[in-house]
Design a binder for this molecule. Sequence first.
Ligand code: NAP
Length: 435
Amino acid sequence: MTLHVAIIGSGPAGYYTAEALTKDRDDVQVDIIDRLPTPYGLIRGGVAPDHQSIKGVYKRYEKTNLQDTVRFVGNIEIGDALSVAELGQLYDAVVLATGAGRDRPLGIPGADKKGVIGSAAFVGWYNAHPDFAGLDPDLDVEAVAVIGNGNVAIDVARVLAKTPDEMAVSDLARYAAERIQSSPIRDIHMFGRRGPVQANFTPKELGELGELKECVALVEGAQLPDAAGDAELPPVKRKNLGHLRQFAERDRGARKLGLYLTFYARPVEVLGGERVEGLRLERTTVDEAGLCHGTNETFDIACGLVIPCIGYRTQAIPGVAFDNDRGRFINDDGLIAPGLYCTGWARRGPTGTIGTNRSDGIEIAEAVLANAAPGGKPGRQGLDRLMKERDLWPVTFRDWQKIEAAEQAAAQGDAPRRKFSSIDEMLKILKPPAI
Ligand code: NAP
């Protein structure tokens, strides 16, 4: 008998789980359901548009999708129209791989001012994600504050700082390219609430900031530890410090843009009227355990845009136990309830590389295969029946390939594709049915 599994979410965690579930087996059928007509989740909507080599991992997911045992069902939102409980009636197991697509709140006075835009929204905007394509950020500002010392903060700063030439081989949304290129931004400030050793950057990403054409990355040497202590640090930290020490030796010169990395500074208030006019920060110290403490000493910077890159939350799904404080599903090693699992960022929070989701996917697939037994459930036939009854129009993998071909055909110059940014635009090229 066939084991029927539904995976909700077609990002890396979903695909790695599908890959592990169907490896060397033809008695497992997997439907990967996504609310967007496009697969690959974070690879398409989160990975930076100029990091095309990282995005190349989608080819592996494509292979998984070309197996008979795996099916992509796009344009179907699981929630109110079709519930998780209903999927539980149709499939022997349901796995939530919905990622973490919403911003963790900054939670300081003034954080609701116009011009404070979290990285989920800002990155989604420049990546043509349909949820954020209408964001319309005002980039008519001279200074930007990027909050956080992770790779997302680096992505955001780099995308704002690169020249059109540097962005040529990218799938940056056309409207975002126009807005960024005509922006008068001159100063990008990046703030870390802890020190350079505690920063979450990876060396390759940090090093890229040192290679920008018109932007110079700068840091005050006094904020960096003495090189004598490097031997005790892990290689990743040593390499980061190596890059930062190079940044400390530079000056801005005649460069159009300056990227200022400031450590030991946490935001305490967004300043201004209705719109952002500045940011107040408190200087911090970091104790031996790596915890940060305020010093009561504050300083202000002028800026017209604040982009908190401070981590993400999973979106709750009606009927599924959710930990609102941590922003993810309540689960015990991936198990939410009998027959209901979660994997990837929806399981463990928004950390790790794309590859981390592979081990996660393998683990959850093993748990599903060990615990779920084929129960004669209808699986994909049942889903097809229900979608028809409710007039829901699924986008197949073949349909997606048509969307992809249209995006590739519309690309200009060295760009790999010109992305559609609205679901309607995508569906219009698929016939029938016409919408
Ligand atoms: P992250 O690595 O967790 O960094 C979040 C940053 O925000 C940290 O510096 C954190 O400081 C800071 N922060 C959190 N709350 C704050 C607050 N209230 N005020 C001030 N600062 C605050 O997260 P991320 O950058 O969103 O990245 C998520 C994951 O995706 C990471 O694993 C990252 O490596 C990965 N990623 C990888 C790439 C790549 O490989 N190219 C690109 C993008 C993302 P503390 O450390 O003090 O908490």
